[in-house]
Write a protein that binds this ligand. Sequence first.
Ligand code: TAP
Length: 453
Amino acid sequence: MSEFTVLNPATERPVTTVAQADAEETDAAIARAVTAQQAWRAVAPGDRAALLRRFAAAVDAHIGELADLEVAGSGHPLGQATWEAGHVRDVLLYYSATPERLIGKQIPVPGGLNVTFHEPVGVVGLIVPWNFPMPIFSWGMAPALASGNTVVAKPAQLTPLTAIRIAELALDAGLPEGVLQVLPGQGSVVGQRLVDHPQVRKIVFTGSTEVGSQVMAGCARYIKRVTLELGGKSANIVFADSDLDRAAATAPYAVFDNAGQDCCARSRILVQHSVLDRFMELLEPAVKNVAVGDPADPGTEMGPLISAAHRQHVASYVPDGAPVAFRGSAPDGPGFWFPPTVLAPVGADDPAYTEEVFGPVVTVTPFEDEADAVAIANDTPYGLSGSIWTSDVGRAIRVSRAVETGALSVNSHSSVRYWTPFGGFKQSGLGRELGPDAPDAFTETKNVFIATD
Ligand code: TAP
């Protein structure tokens, strides 16, 4: 059996080793999930809801432990990791209301009545990336379970520890064996098998657009349902009429959160030309004040990158001679550190401007007017997130409608909430997660005619 050594990204020291599942073990887990699903879908809605609430309570009782695991295994700052563990609890609680609300319609028709039912799809394969191991795991897992499906989840190879622990907590809370299984292993082995296996009826994939495209092609073989949450290159658009102080003070957190390893990172700041110089004066101290360091320190705002290989990839966007306007700090010594970096001015063909860096690197580009801002924001194959800063309500709405992206914020740098829909336009993905309609993606609508004549 092969093993993978999880490293602490802040120290480069081993945390633990994790056994890697192979294709046969994946098949066995899928078979268990198929069997368990028959019983799970038959659990009375109120009882399924109660089990999910007990699962949420078990997570709540272990928030500190889960946060410590994420600090050690993923390098997330303690405050963020604690929030993420609480988020898993909240997502479970939110979707614990689903089982009792999966109601259909009754439609009068000549000679009878049609009724509709929401039937679970069956076994759901959940493929999770390394950047937000807990939240993204919960976004697919909770609505899938609530809708009567069973789940086989593959965490990222680099960051499996919290998902493994959360699945243990599910068992402790009374979820039956086989309802939620976590299978650590390689994407090309376990993830690929979930995609290729005919009895996995839906794939929820979060990760790169490149792998997402392969997953979608694989799902086509069995007309498998698929939700894709992929990359991003989002714009933070700052108009001259905005509260410039707030826009500049929050801009670092809009892109350097989780060391920039965030699909929603606003990694292109677009600033109206007339206020560019003032904005840069305000941005510089904000960037330099980001507290980068030991993730276990409660005061830390930004930790290390996930791996040596990823740091090398991020560094390739800031070669010698790159137009660095200013940078924040980062510790020396062991750890995959990279300082917050602002590039300006950048050429329109600079890879740091056109590609998803997935690290703490942001470009600043001026624009002339509203039409120019929208055109620049949309000049990317991605469309996941973004922000608009303005004091003109009409402009806020006009630009929100014109930017081709799934989750925007006006006069705020954050746009992801579990009770509102989340997902991308264009090559940023397919389908929507979160919000009240998420269970629709985990059920099939069945339509039954009942003759009365
Ligand atoms: P990927 O390399 O695409 O990996 C994502 C997941 O897919 C991992 O669990 C990976 O396993 C697995 N995988 C790899 N090859 C596979 C295959 N052939 N079949 C099935 N699964 C396979 O992405 P990443 O580098 O981990 O994550 C970064 C990317 O995710 C960025 O582009 C980021 O924008 C995107 N992302 C998007 C969102 C949303 S919500 N839109 C959120 C977070 C991240 P291994 O770990 O074992 O390779």
